[in-house]
Design a protein around this ligand. Sequence first.
Ligand code: NAD
Length: 308
Amino acid sequence: ARTVLISGCSSGIGLELAVQLARDPGQRYQVVATMRDLGKKGTLEAAAGEALGQTLTVAQLDVCSDESVAQCLRCIQGGEVDVLVNNAGVGLVGPLEGLSLAAMQKVFDTNFFGAVRLVKAVLPGMKRRRQGHIVVVSSVMGLQGVVFNEVYAASKFAMEGFFESLAVQLLQFNIFISLVEPGPVATEFEGKLLEQVSTAEFPGTDADTLNYFRNLYLPASRELFHSVGQSPQDVAKVIVKVIGSARPPLRRQTNTRYTPLIALKAMDPSGSLYVQTSHRLLFRWPRLLNLGLRCLACSCFRTPVWPQ
Ligand code: NAD
């Protein structure tokens, strides 16, 4: 069986992925499901059922700590990881002026440097064995900038650049990289963000920006999560396929509703088509956001949207 190490398994996509892999009918995987706080392992253990202690073990891992990563790898038999899934991540949303540098750095420390730290730890072994697969839970926000998500998107762009660069070298070692890019997923992620936002004051932010954020962006974002959002189960299913593939893809989007919006970037290398379309969707026709995503590829919608 291949040893799969997953970060951030106490909830959401990580939890679902750990359970689905552990329940693989062919028992192809030995899953090391890790989380920062073992006090939260109850939900995972309950969901794992009979797989617990058989094809799934739970271990402590804080992706922001060198010591925790070293300790976790010492506990893995032979210290060999065949598949690493960088899933742990945090979000940050709000007007830039009202967010602290410390909060922004925490996002990069977790999302970007957390993944880099794990890769540095498992890569020597993978190179020695001339095999391995590194899966990264990125986001559509790793491909396109999204208003009021500047720092989160930047952390995912950083991952995209880092892993695309690394993929070139690693082909030489028969090691594959896969960036999985979900759109909105109904997990605790959104709840945590909304909680952050409801208590945050965003000091130093002008009234116009606060108004756009609270009265345009937040309702539109909620609407998107509920209309086009996927379940963590569906996203995990896509990742299971990617892991099981003989020739894993470098990139895999999970939500076809986002493909047209992302394609706008490729269609117009100047970038204005994407920026103008996003602007219009939010600031002119916020109620059409959901419909807009559905129809972006269709010409009736395209005519007024296309920048002249
Ligand atoms: P989630 O909040 O349920 O899961 C994130 C997990 O990461 C949590 O279990 C959390 O405890 C863990 N984590 C945070 N900091 C950590 C640290 N320092 N060490 C170890 N674990 C840590 O949300 P989710 O939606 O399942 O998120 C999983 C991944 O999916 C994240 O990388 C996120 O950026 C990405 N993603 C989420 C969405 C979405 O809409 N929910 C969309 C695209 C991508």
